[in-house]
Design a protein. Sequence first.
Length: 251
Amino acid sequence: MGSYDHVTYDYRGATVLVTGGTAGIGAGIAKAYRDAGAQVIITGTRASTSEYDEDLSGYRYERLDVLDNAQIDQLAARLDVVDILINNAGANFMMQNEYEPDIFDKSVQVNLLSAYRLASRLQPTLAKTTLTGGASVIGLASMTSLFGVEVVPGYGAAKGGLAQLTKTLAIAWAKHHIRVNAIAAGFIRSRMMGPMMSMPEMMAPVFARTPLGRVGEPAEIAGAILFLTSGAASFVTGQTLAVDGGYSVVG
């Protein structure tokens, strides 16, 4: 079973959907659930797993472009069982200028609207769970849920909205035995972070502000998520947990 230094999770019998689960944080989350015994469904934008360099064996793969609402609806309709939904798929469009209205709209669609649409379409399926503590929806929020970041207005608006949506859905769906929480991820080693991490002049102020003095790893996001969707967190809903090495608490 999945283990984190004296903490072991057993997700045998659970079906978990991780959007954007082919690389980076999503891959770390998917692996953690698979190692804990869950049946894991991952999504990606390519036609099949053969088009990825990563070893995706052990997962059910579904193609999904979160810009396409019809694909989101079709995916939800194909899934008979989902106990845990991890809305991980996301991207920023800094290099395309998110101040352009069409790019701003695209960022909000990718990072907020698609997450709500998939959760909404899967709500009746999630409500059928038999997991201790109920079903779970986890959103991948960000430091931009908490702070303004000038270069990504659309991404920041979407991630801020995701944190607020977490509260609202937690209230609305509690009667369906669905808990809704989010992770505000700090600076985590991933493909999206790659360009920034290659520039010491950009990372220096990050490290100076981060009490733990380093970037996080995808497995550290996964560990927090495994807790939040477990029976040990059965009284936790509507929360956005910062997993950021302390970045958000420094004044």
